[in-house]
Design a protein around this ligand. Structure first.
Ligand SMILES: [Zn+2]
Length: 206
């Protein structure tokens, strides 16, 4: 029961944090603190945290064992991106410390990458001007997206990557309020026109 209440609280604080982050960072910080405290409590009942997407279980792309781990679902800034024909409404933002390792959740091939952006701040006009990595996984027919990340030098377009391989480090480029990883699992829709549709992701305490 305690465990169930903690999970409910965790989701509630995450929702509040997500809502307030772009509007009033000071107010959001109150919920960040509550989120941190609740996570410490939750980890007395669970050994690990995974991601669940439909029936598929994934390892997290970032560790929850850093100084803090704040997953934000349903961010106000996550929307359909017309220019690239992608729907990002189900993206997750993992707020974790700068330079935390980002790992691939799957095997796959790098289909898009950018390493050259350096500036980032709370400015919507910087949207899309971040560094990113997109990985196509042919077994699942999915694309995984990692944004605001600083890719490793040896990661390049068409590089093959393995599950759990380090891809880069958490950064703060583009439209970014605090260092975080923007992560999306895309279903590929191809009915005449190629389109990426974000899938719902949940945290799964194990
Ligand atoms: Zn995001």
């Amino acid at each position: 029961m305690k465990n169930f209440i903690l999970k409910t609280k965790f989701n509630f604080y995450s929702k509040k944090g997500a809502k307030l982050q772009t509007v009033d960072l000071k107010k959001a910080e109150k919920y960040f603190k509550l989120l941190d405290e609740t996570l410490i409590e939750l980890l007395k009942y669970h050994n690990t945290i995974k991601l669940k997407c439909k029936n598929q279980i994934y390892d997290l792309p970032v560790s929850f064992k850093y100084e803090y781990f704040r997953p934000f679902f349903k961010m106000a800034t996550h929307r359909k991106i017309k220019e690239v024909n992608a729907d990002d409404t189900n993206a997750v933002d993992f707020d974790i410390p700068l330079n935390s390792e980002v790992r691939s959740v799957s095997d796959g091939i790098i289909t898009a990458i950018n390493k050259n952006n350096t500036c980032g701040e709370n400015d919507p006009s910087l949207a899309g001007k971040d560094n990113y990595i997109y990985i196509y996984d042919k077994n699942q027919n999915k694309i995984y997206c990692y944004r605001h990340v600083k890719p490793l030098q040896e990661i390049n377009l068409n590089s093959q990557v393995k599950k759990n391989q380090v891809l880069g480090h958490v950064d703060n480029t583009g439209y970014s309020i605090t260092p975080h990883l923007h992560f999306v699992i895309y279903k590929i829709k191809n009915n005449g026109c190629f389109r990426l549709k974000s899938e719902k992701i949940k945290l799964f305490f194990k």
